[in-house]
Unconditional design. Sequence first.
Lengths: 316, 316
Amino acid sequence: MKEIKIFAPATIANISCGFDVLGCCLDTIGDEMIIRKSPEKGIKITKIVGMDLPYEANNNVAGVAALALLDKLASNKELTNYQGGFEIEIYKNIKPGSGIGSSAASAAGAVFAINELLDKPFSKLELVEFARKGEELACGSPIADNVAPAIFGGFTLVRSTAPLEILQLPTLKDLYATIIHPQIEIKTADSRAVLPDKIPLKDGVKQWANVGAFVHALHTEDYELLSNSLKDYIVEPHRSKLIPEFDKIKKTALKEGALGCGISGSGPSIFTFSKGIQIAEIISDKLSLIFKNTHIESHHYVSKINTQGIKIISIQ
Amino acid sequence: MKEIKIFAPATIANISCGFDVLGCCLDTIGDEMIIRKSPEKGIKITKIVGMDLPYEANNNVAGVAALALLDKLASNKELTNYQGGFEIEIYKNIKPGSGIGSSAASAAGAVFAINELLDKPFSKLELVEFARKGEELACGSPIADNVAPAIFGGFTLVRSTAPLEILQLPTLKDLYATIIHPQIEIKTADSRAVLPDKIPLKDGVKQWANVGAFVHALHTEDYELLSNSLKDYIVEPHRSKLIPEFDKIKKTALKEGALGCGISGSGPSIFTFSKGIQIAEIISDKLSLIFKNTHIESHHYVSKINTQGIKIISIQ
């Protein structure tokens, strides 16, 4: 195996009740990447198509994640006999700053692909650890709630970040996500600054009741319970103010039959979940109309939940 | 059916990560109650053995819960043809103020028994609603996290209190609880006063990650994950200060192989969970020694998780 081409999916993090812990993997939105073995040691980004991103490996999220993997290999000589390095080509579709895991796709994609080329010396959990280094470069903190679903697929829960512990949750088979991405920029600093350091205990109780209910709903295939649990008393009231038309979007989505609606990651993308593709597509149409009327350009996507995570397109 | 004798079980509420939402039902600790039909309308408490509690129905938790049920019957004539009232005998074993659901057992027992005598006009959820009225009398607030496991059995999650929504979670078959009840009094006002109104967001995140993990562990029969999730960053640091020897108890329990250890309800009882009865019994012995050395009297119990809830002992 000399070269691998992969699909690196977009992801939703901060799913309503599950701020910082619950994420899921998407299917129809994502980047493509080609990673190939190279006689030259180290990581070389040889091509970036679609977005203007840095080529220096130690300044590129895919590069940084890949370098973390190589570091681990260097200190564990028994893991592989391979002596060369890797070239990375990135065909970017997910816009950075969209809130659907653009940096996570690149970081997770790079380490997944290298692991495949080396005949899988690392576990999925270890790949998440490497990919978090990319997230640290992109977000300033090694968040795991996008890279976890990108690598594990389906719904994931980050139970602990130190030590890292990821739970792979079941997925409902008729569950579809609609994503609407208004083409506005929210600065990371702003989306952090609006969050309070402290929250009312009574809101915390409602939030963790809903996280428990969300996990139970996935296990029992209970769409109604899933819908009831998709509430956010903590973060949404603050961050939604940064997203124009959020309240209208949410009201419309729920009126059209969405199970829930919330901010994807730290925004500005908004996600909704629906039972069945039909409702998901109707919602996509209705929501994009709302932005059309306000002259804010928006992109919209409908996707099944991707239970596989990163996908191999071809191998040479 | 004229008379029914039941076992009304003790319960653990506020299970570690699940303050105000997670509870479970015990098997070997509980009250007995006899409830019989009487030609006289209304509720009459005719006997209370074991504790000194009020006989006036509207001042007794079992009486108040039963009256709430009768009120609902009075406004829904189609539910039953029965025109009489009920006599209640209470054989109390669970000490009020113990933290293992003494008032909940009485309230839940009364409404469960009357519902049986009337051929079950009400659902379990409705019974929890009635029983909450008893809790309101006992605790000043209509808490549901003890009456829910008493009526549903096993582990329950109170997703919402208005409207009331209870989830019945799966139970691990080898799971045993050890309860140690130091014979001290903690005033409800004190156990409330130590709780902060606001909690750090970062602690909230850890707490809801653990609630999600706890529910996932029950579904996947993962004892290790259950153990990892049995943490309380919010309430225990405050309330444990009111319980002498708490830190020593917890340290000893975990050293002896407990999966987790926390405050039952608002204390002073402390619970531990173990895999298998043997560890649960060893822990029971070790913990009671700790209190013996401090001259605080303590009661201790070992119980399987009771998946049935209230049990019918006999029917006439």
